[in-house]
Write a protein that binds this ligand. Structure first.
Ligand code: IMP
Length: 488
């Protein structure tokens, strides 16, 4: 098909991805594109990354933060794939998937993902040292089995004040990384001797910490000679447990060795050779460790700043796309001002399939919150928005509410508090949009093919764009790559 690429905004073109070929809109987004979530995660980033990767013919798909707490679903040509550690380009045979240094990786889960993809006909070939399609940065961190145990243990210990983590060992692994004595990096597994030495060091360190804490909190028991033998034995068992877990993990680590390389260097080389790069965010801005609703957040930076620290790429990012679901969902126990309940919420949850890709948990759902989205756009420097799951609204409601401000402690504000306790007290103020047409994804696509959307949809779009000062350039109306509208 012939395309008039990059027309000025006043002659904006509608492109429906089902009619596009690989690379058709390459010039429209620049050579570096970053995609991240503007809400609490689960905005549909996987689909947007996969789709944009197609339309710009991205060569590198780069994850910069998080790990198997993410669940990115991609659907195309009748196939569906769910990625956790793996970037969303794994089903493009020509593309390279890079797990950046800012990520944390569960070797057992990643080997499982590789197996599942290979069973589906997508071979993952090690990229370092030649052509391949998977590279794990040598300084990315490994989620050790004891980090998963600790994640679960700490959640139990929090009692009623749980974060509601995914239980994948994410927080403890980043904690070990920051702690600098017990982290295991991918370069630590490059040879078995080094790995075994590291595991022994970690096991010793864990034992010593346990012993010191015991000695200082219960000195009477610790110094009682009747207990000396018993305590020594238990501490020995504790130390041994770590060594055994390390030993059991090694075969999975060993399988990943050929994939270990230098992510940042690879990205820079590919850019010099004129290739396009897509940076794939996980989680969402409002659960960023620095900019989210602390402490009910994840432990990494899903915000755009994380691209640089989490990949080793320090250059310009041409297009920063914020993915914004047409409503909001949240898992875990953090504040959620626009949360809905009852049958209405059940309907949206059902039509939207709002169950965790990673954990299967039912997600809470609520109205679109522009205070939140605007905050995300400012933090990320977002210059385009992708509006996802519009079809869920057109199939469930005729009246849509959009939050434009909060009332907190008697004052109205349009500022999103990066503090869970304050956000808990926020009462949303809504703008209401009536007469949303009942439309299926097919009907929405048909309209887009004619270069238009119904007036109530346009009104909501205009309102969002005016509020955030960011244009919506992508509208997604089903999980399928084909059902995506690009307006450039
Ligand atoms: P963690 O990342 O497993 O430590 O979980 C911390 C918080 O972030 C919990 O509330 C999780 O439910 C939430 N979270 C982590 N990853 C995702 C995600 O990919 N989507 C949505 N929420 C997430």
């Amino acid at each position: 098909m012939s395309l008039f690429l990059c027309e000025p905004m006043n002659t904006m073109q509608f492109y429906v991805v089902r009619h596009l070929n690989l690379g058709d809109l390459r010039e429209c987004f620049g050579s570096t594109v970053a995609v991240n979530g503007t809400q609490f995660g689960d905005e549909g980033k996987g689909k947007i990354v996969h789709t944009l990767g197609y339309v710009i013919d991205a060569y590198d798909f780069v994850r910069w933060a998080g790990g198997p707490n993410a669940g990115h679903t991609v659907c195309f040509d009748g196939e569906t794939h769910k990625h956790h550690n793996m970037p969303s380009g794994a089903t493009y045979r020509h593309a390279l998937n890079i797990i950046g240094n800012g990520c944390v990786v569960d070797p057992i889960k990643l080997c499982g993902e590789i197996d599942t993809l290979e069973e589906a006909g997508y071979k993952l070939i090690p990229a370092p040292g030649g052509w391949g399609n998977l590279l794990i940065d040598r300084t990315a961190h490994i989620i050790m089995p004891w980090a998963i145990e600790l994640d679960e243990f700490r959640e139990r210990a929090r009692g009623n004040d749980k974060i509601g983590t995914t239980g994948r060992g994410i927080g403890p692994t980043y904690m070990y990384k920051a702690g600098r004595s017990e982290a295991i990096r991918f370069y630590d597994i490059l040879d078995q001797e080094r790995f075994e030495r590291r595991i022994k060091e970690v096991a010793k360190s864990e034992r010593n910490q346990f012993e010191t804490r015991f000695k200082e909190t219960l000195p009477n028991i610790y110094n009682d000679p009747d207990y000396t033998g018993y305590i020594e034995e238990r501490l020995g068992e504790y130390q041994q447990k770590f060594e055994q877990m390390g030993e059991e993990l090694y075969p999975f680590c060993e399988r990943l060795i050929p994939y270990i390389g230098d992510g940042g260097e690879t990205i820079r080389e590919h850019l010099e050779r004129g290739m396009s790069i897509i940076f794939e965010g996980a989680q969402g801005t409002s659960i960023d460790i620095d900019h989210g609703t602390y402490p009910k957040v994840t432990s990494s930076n899903p915000t755009i700043g994380g691209v640089h620290t989490g990949t080793g790429y320090g250059g310009e990012i041409d297009t920063k796309i914020g993915v914004m679901k047409a409503y909001v969902s949240r898992v875990g126990s953090g504040a959620f001002p626009t949360k809905l309940s009852g049958d209405f919420a059940k309907r949206i949850r059902k039509v939207g399939g709002e169950y965790g890709t990673t954990t299967g948990r039912a997600r809470d759902v609520g109205w679109l919150d522009l205070v939140q989205v605007n905050d995300s756009c400012k933090i990320n420097g977002t210059n385009q928005l992708a509006w996802t799951k519009l079809d869920v609204l057109t199939q469930t409601v005729t009246e849509v509410k959009v939050c434009y401000a909060y009332e907190i402690d008697g004052s109205e504000t349009q500022k999103f508090p990066h503090d869970d306790l304050i956000l808990q007290r926020a009462v949303p103020k809504y703008e209401t949009f009536k007469n949303l047409p009942r439309m299926t994804p097919g009907e929405l696509i048909k309209d887009a093919e004619e270069g238009r959307f119904e007036k109530p949809i346009r009104k909501i779009k205009d309102y969002i764009e005016e509020y955030t000062s960011v244009p919506i350039t992508i509208i997604s109306v089903s999980p399928d790559r084909a059902d995506t509208v690009i307006m450039v």
